[in-house]
Write a protein that binds this ligand. Sequence first.
Ligand code: URA
Length: 444
Amino acid sequence: MLARSLIERKRDRLRISPDEWRALARAYSADEVPDYQMAALLMAIFCRGLDRDETRALTDAMLNSGARLSLEHLGVGRVDKHSTGGVGDKVSLVLAPLVASLGVAVPMISGRGLGHTGGTLDKLDSIPGFRSDLSLEQATRQLETLRCVLMGQTAEIAPMDRKLYALRDATATVESIPLIAASIMSKKLAEGLTGLVLDVKVGSGAFLPEVERGLDLARTMIRLGADHGCPVVALLTAMDRPLGRACGNAIEVEEAVLALRGEGPPDLMRVTYALGAEMLVLGGAFPTTDAARRAMEGAISSGAAARRFQEVIEAQGGNPGIVDDPAALPQAARCELYHAPRRGFVAQVEPREIGRGIAALGGGREKIADRVDPTVGFVITARPGDWVEEGEPLASILARDGQGVDSGRATLARAIRIADEAEPPLPLISHRVTGSGVELLGDR
Ligand code: URA
């Protein structure tokens, strides 16, 4: 009865009180609310929105549906980074060991890919033996020694979000600012953080493509952080093209390893350094982002960051040898080049098409239970704005078989548009948002 009256209320643009959110969370977690009613409520929220107090009450209900990490005893800053989701986004794999190697604890709880976006957990799964299903106790022990853990959302952390996220994916209710904000912040606040850095993606491949909506999402999450004593800084970064060159699972791990060895593509490194500098300052390790950035460059050139990644992989049961020899990662059966069909400017490399194309190759998920092939994907060397000649290689297709190669070619033909003129792409890092306001960076 409770669920029906809340659906009715939201449908009619009325408010739901904190007590009612709590009661709903209890009933849903106890399987007393069927998914069809929750789906209707999600759609009502999607259409009518939530005000500030309701968003906070929903976040609290989701946060309190599970346990929290308690990490005060570490005696250092505890900072995580979360991206709102993109294609080719392997930043977490580089950032977590890099920041941890400089003394800030990074309890990174990541998700699986859904829809067209990739997920850090799927990428980690491609490392032979790697286990991301740690308990909170195991995670705490690892943070005590290595200051870094790369794990999935356990059954203990915000279980209500886990159920809702799958339901939102199946009911086309992902792209809602209060639902995204409550989903992300309920998980992050459960990590016992002293600070959080958000990578809010904007552009055609983002869940919320428009800059104004990205800014709204950033402000909503910053407010939720402030309400819970967790300072949050958000950077808006471009997702109108994939980040870096590799788009898939094992090949993204390989590109992350190259980045940790100082050989990462420039756009990946710029986003990684910008987010990492914010993490290190929030974590109290450095007074300024410039000092933090210099330290990160040092940790990469000295090998300290790559070593920390090896240690984390080993501690979580994976083969640390992939850092010295990425060929130890699973390899695709077929690798074929894709060539420019004509001369001209690369006008677009559309991330949604690439993300869907990875799923079509078997490397992504339509449903949460789908199995992912770690080997397939694309390595795209063409960047928007490049001039290319007909027949020039633009990308590689990594596939299981000839049918996959054909599907990959069709994807790239749709995704990479070549034209006589090209509009400039979005600035790579365009805005910095904090509790004090919005700074326009305009960084291309
Ligand atoms: N990432 C999340 O964790 N939740 C969302 O709703 C969207 C992106």
